[in-house]
Ligand binder design. Sequence first.
Ligand code: GLU
Ligand code: ZN
Length: 498
Amino acid sequence: MQIRDRYAPSPTGLQHIGGVRTALFNYLFAHSQEGAFVLRLEDTDRTRSDPAFVHNLYETCAWLGISWDEGPDIGGPYAPYIQSERLELYKRRARELIAADKAYYCFCSPERLETIRQEREASRSRETGYDRHCRSIPKAEAAARAASGEPCVIRLAIPLDKTTTFHDRLLGTIEWKNEDINPDPVLLKTDGFPTYHLANVVDDHHMGITHVLRAQEWLPSTPLHVILYASFGWTPPEFCHLPMVMGPDGKKLSKRHGATSIDELRRQGYVSEALVNYVALLGASYEEGKDFYTCAELAACFSLDKLNKAPAVFDYKKLAWYNASYIRMKTNEELARLALPFAVEAGIFGKTGQEPDAEQKRIFIEAMSLVKERATFLTDIPSKIAYLFSAPVLPDASEFFPKKADAHALSNAIELLTVGKNLVSRMAVMTEADAEAFIKAEAENAGVKPGDLLMPLRVAVTGARVSPPLFGSLRLLGAEASVLRVERALAKLTSDSV
Ligand code: GLU
Ligand code: ZN
């Protein structure tokens, strides 16, 4: 039997970590089994569904590299894959349940339902939900009323005094007393739209879904779904409710803990490999001691047996570590491509939004090897190398000499910088190793430590005491610009000293 699973989001919000985890696990499971992964849009909530969120779904999945074998955009044997385009099917199926006495028409007005709710509240009754009022209307009478156009919904007749049992691949056998299930939930609304329960079950059946991997938040709906499958006479798929994703405080992951929408994480400078890698480990354990997995490796080793029952804790620090690691693994070209939009936005090539010219682009690409080791997020990159594209604002003179300075510190710094000025144009054309040896020898000649010689040079060239590697920076700036920067710093220090 071919494995078929699905991601069935409702386009009522941005894609977030929880949703993407579900999508990814279904994708990986299908791939690990040579099965098919289906995308289905559950857009039956007409007030909350929004095409902008569908767009966000496609964008997010494309960015993460999650693709499907069948879906609204590419079609497939069970098209359409958008629930709002399948309404006739749900109506037909709901009516079949009525014919089989598994469901019934309910004519109660919203006012009546509200009155029951208030009465119960006043009498402190523990009963909740619908009072099954219309379940006893004779079938022929109900059919006639519905046929005459009286507004009505269709409700599922939950079998009374029974227990519903099902098997969850991760959680084992689950028993639910029917009296604890929402009394006779609505399947088809007055406007002819199905509720989530009906559409979800009908589609999973019609689309041949064999495995339902979904967030544990949906577990309370499952007994109801199991009753629906039984009412139709269908075999339910295998269920596997994925472990909850918690914040570090043990509460369900939410915006309070940090960014949860993928869009926002992307804007914060995360790379997709880091997210895929980290999210794939949320609630699953693969090889001991192995941290890095490509999507293909994950698909090869994914197995439901490797899922954990315990909730997963989302650790932003760990994610940041993955991000820094993946940034380091990128080639200069790859990293430059990813970091460029952030650099353009930060305006390091001129005004905000200005694209680099060809020469700036060349320098930008090469500069990636200077920052790779120092960036945790793509957003860290522009400010770290902005000095390569325009002369930095020079800091206070005291930044040019050691922290423990004496009365001669400024004149010393000027002296060192003057020595340095004559060296930079040569260092700018050397390899890193040659420049290193060269400065060592020159420092010795001048009777100073190499570090003392380099520190004011670094501040003059990059504008800061802590910066990407100096030799590499000189090479990218070229001899002429390097010398100009040192002269500029000397002018500042000299004017400060008078
Ligand atoms: N439409 C539901 C959601 O938004 C699907 C839940 C399920 O997978 O059954 O997550
Ligand atoms: Zn009713």
